[in-house]
Ligand binder design. Structure first.
Ligand code: MG
Length: 163
């Protein structure tokens, strides 16, 4: 089980991910969590430095999909305001939107990298679908009840950092 939630890499923040390196490793699409990865929890505005990184990713030709378990209407509103594809009520780590994104992007699983701040949704979802994964440290400690449980569990599981 621990292998299934061990990310390929751990970084402090999304903007520290080297897009050149991802491209060279054959990644074509990015599935990115929203709350606590791009926005502080319950805020609808993507932090400037993270938005710059997202723009850089799209400029470099990555297909970018925002994927969240949070309310669908809120996620639709956030993603459309930044002109990005986004899905809420995604039920990560379950398959429905991972399969949709693979179909829509035309990518193979190993060409997709999932990025997020939770092991039991973002990282497990990636692993279950054969995708690459990068764990980012959460922006803020405030979180919904499920996330609190998830973090409690995560603290008890070892995360191998820096690889
Ligand atoms: Mg999150």
């Amino acid at each position: 089980m621990i292998e299934k939630i061990r990310p390929d890499r751990v970084v402090k923040a999304v903007e520290m991910i080297d897009l050149d390196q991802l491209k060279q490793s054959g990644i074509r699409a990015l599935i990115i969590d929203i709350d606590n990865t791009l926005t502080p929890h319950h805020k609808d505005v993507i932090i400037d430095s993270k938005l710059e990184w997202l723009k850089d990713a799209t400029t470099r030709g990555f297909l970018v999909y925002l994927l969240s378990n949070n309310h669908a209407n809120r996620i639709k509103s956030i993603s459309s305001s930044y002109d990005l594809s986004g899905y809420g009520f995604a039920f990560k780590p379950f398959s429905i939107y991972y399969k949709k994104i693979l179909k829509d992007s035309g990518c193979l699983p190993h060409q997709v990298c999932c990025i997020g701040d939770q092991l039991l949704t973002d990282i497990l979802g990636a692993k279950l679908h054969g995708m690459a994964s990068i764990y980012v440290e959460p922006i803020s400690p405030r979180d919904i009840i499920f996330s609190r449980f998830s973090r409690w569990l995560e603290k008890r599981l070892m995360i191998k950092k820096g690889n």
